[in-house]
Each structure stands twice: as C-alpha cells, then as structure tokens.
Write a protein that binds this ligand. Sequence first.
Ligand SMILES: O=c1ccn([C@H]2C[C@H](O)[C@@H](COP(=O)(O)OP(=O)(O)OP(=O)(O)O)O2)c(=O)[nH]1
Ligand SMILES: [Mg+2]
Length: 170
Amino acid sequence: MTVDILIQRLDPGLPAPTYAHPGDAGADLVAAEDVELAPGERVMVPTGIALALPDGYAAFVHPRSGLAARLGVTIVNAPGTVDAGYRGEIKVTLLNTDIRSTVRLQRGDRIAQLVIQRVERAVFHEVETLPGSARGDGGFGSTGGYAGNVQAERKGRVAGASVQHSSEGA
Ligand SMILES: O=c1ccn([C@H]2C[C@H](O)[C@@H](COP(=O)(O)OP(=O)(O)OP(=O)(O)O)O2)c(=O)[nH]1
Ligand SMILES: [Mg+2]
C-alpha cells in the first residue's frame, strides 16, 4: 500500500527521504548541516525537506536504532509529530544521552526516520462516568516490574506504587 506525498527539497544538495530496503517502515532523513553534540546536549537539526501530507495522514519522526546503540543519540520528543497541515522544514531535535563523548555528525548523515501513518481524528464525547474495563485505573507498573527497577523504585526515582518481586517475568 503506498500513498503519494508532495515533497519540497529546500536544499537541492540533499536527498529526499529514502527507504533503505523494500518493506521498511521508516524513510531516512538526513542532517542539512554539520552538528556537534556535547555530552547531554540537544540540538535542533534541519533536514532540508518540507511535505504536504494528505488529510488523514501524519508523519512521525523516529530515532534510528544504530545512532542510539552506537553513539547514544536519540530524539528528545520521539516520535516527533508532523501534522498534515505543516508546510515548514522538518526538524529533528537530537539529544546526546552519552555522558562522556561528544558526537559529531556531518551534513548528509542519516539522523532520523520518517514513518507515514494514517491517523484518526477523534470526536470527544464528555460523560460523567466511563464504562468499566479489566484494567480499570491500573497503570505505571501495576502488572509488575522487573529486577533492574527495584533499586530505583525504592529510592522513589521511578513512579510506581509498589515493588513486586514476581517470577512472572518482565
Ligand atoms: O520532530 C518534529 C516535531 C514537529 N515538527 C514540526 C511539524 C509539526 O506539525 C510542528 C508542530 O509540532 P508539535 O505539535 O509537536 O509542536 P508544538 O510544540 O505543539 O507546537 P505548535 O504549537 O506549533 O503545534 O512542528 C518537526 O518538524 N519535527
Ligand atoms: Mg502542537
């Protein structure tokens, strides 16, 4: 299933978003300029492209797992949401989560991937009481944690009402 999307290359020296393989969900976006990210630093990086998405679609700016695993670089607001009506340049707010290394990326490096999806628009109907459900208001770890979280939870750094030492698995 494909969808036709109008694209403007604001920087003719850079490629349009590209799917690396048939069947890929994400089309890679490149950096329009060199970027240097000090440990813990975030930088908004232009990509040199703008889109006109059809109504009923949105584009989501996802991190690349290779950058995350190798360099610790992610996207602050992952996934970023590009609205159908947005005609400006798509930008990626990169974050260097590494506390030791400065990361240098070059113009043309692939920094993120764009996932195009159909989205529903909700009509919200206000009610006094919501219908019941099996989960109810349980959340935030109500089904059990995992061993690695126990210390953080004890110190109150991870939200969660109780620490469960279960053998159910994570
Ligand atoms: O990673 C992103 C996220 C958003 N955008 C653009 C497209 C999107 O349509 C617009 C607004 O994004 P969002 O709604 O997430 O930001 P906001 O802080 O709510 O801004 P606004 O008040 O303009 O909606 O910014 C990007 O280029 N990259
Ligand atoms: Mg918004």
